[in-house]
Design a protein around this ligand. Structure first.
Ligand code: SF4
Length: 289
């Protein structure tokens, strides 16, 4: 494994790891302490984003795709499963049905079998058939580049639409998935639970141009360090800025063992990661993982 550039993770004894073991000053403030001002929140949020950009200069969507149709299909398939499982499934799927026209004309059972490893394959096959037919019939066989059009496609919600817009069309968008929601609440950027309200509140903290990369960085951090059940606080490079420091393991050695993907020396989720990804590619379906 190649260590991520500029990462403080796992470097015991370095200035950075010493700093990473210190909690954010307001983590356990005195009772009645003044709430953080709006300006302080914006500054802290932007500082966390800058730190994450240093830690994950290679942050990217973790679905393999070559065009907007493939990204749309992969994102629909990613519901309730890992990006890894989707990436292991889509090579055969896209070889069989390279275009919306091909997929719209697919035999439903054959399509179901191809996407079976991603789970909920009957419902997902129905969505893929429906959205492919809609692309063929209403959008000239092309994926539309507008949110209001994308959300009319079967199986496509706001989150999927934003992923496609941000990564295939260069239209800034926030991807509020389970990792994003959990981390921004831990960081007290918002207290909202509803993804659309989370999206609106976080959007207001950052310039639009940051939205897509911010989403990738947060999701990278949630998958590698700030896990749902066992966040690796003792190996977290942004601990000094985090009000939730201590929610997870603070012992640096134990925390280091919780790190995942390239930070934990494991393969990533993409079979074909971008050239600057410092980790190893994932193995194809059926190969030893
Ligand atoms: S792992 Fe998560 S909760 Fe722990 S310090 Fe880092 S960002 Fe905060």
């Amino acid at each position: 494994m190649t260590a991520p550039r500029n990462s403080a993770v796992g470097e015991q004894g370095s200035t950075e790891s010493t700093e990473a073991a210190q909690p954010h000053k307001s983590a356990k403030g005195p009772k009645g302490a003044r709430p953080e001002s709006r300006l302080a929140l914006v500054r802290r949020a932007r500082r966390i984003n800058r730190e994450l950009a240093e830690v994950y200069p290679y942050a990217h969507p973790e679905l393999d795709f070559e065009n907007s149709f493939q990204l749309l299909v992969a994102t629909v398939l990613s519901a309730q499963t890992t990006d890894l499982r989707v990436n292991q499934t889509t090579p055969a799927l896209f070889a069989a049905y390279p275009t919306p026209e091909d997929m719209a004309a697919a035999d439903p059972e054959a399509l179901e079998q191809l996407i079976r490893p991603t789970g909920f394959f009957r419902a997902k096959a129905k969505s893929l058939l429906g959205l492919s037919a809609a692309l063929r019939d209403r959008f000239g066989g092309e994926v539309p580049g507008r949110l209001e059009d994308l959300v009319t496609l079967p199986g496509v919600g706001r989150k999927t639409a934003n992923v496609v817009l941000g990564n295939a069309f260069g239209v800034p968008g926030l991807t509020v998935d389970t990792h994003f929601g959990r981390l921004v609440r831990r960081w007290k950027w918002t207290a909202q639970e509803d993804p659309e309200k989370v999206e609106a509140e976080i959007a207001a903290l950052f310039p639009k141009s940051e939205w897509t990369m911010l989403s990738h960085r947060i999701i990278f951090h949630g998958r590698r360090v700030c896990h749902a059940r066992k966040p690796a606080c003792g190996a977290c490079p942004i601990a000094p800025l985090c009000p939730a420091y201590g929610e997870g393991e603070t012992d640096p050695d134990k925390a280091k063992k919780l790190l995942k993907y390239e930070m934990g020396g494991q393969p990533g989720q993409r079979l074909r990661p971008p050239a600057d990804y410092p980790g190893r590619p994932a193995a194809p379906l059926g190969a030893a993982e």
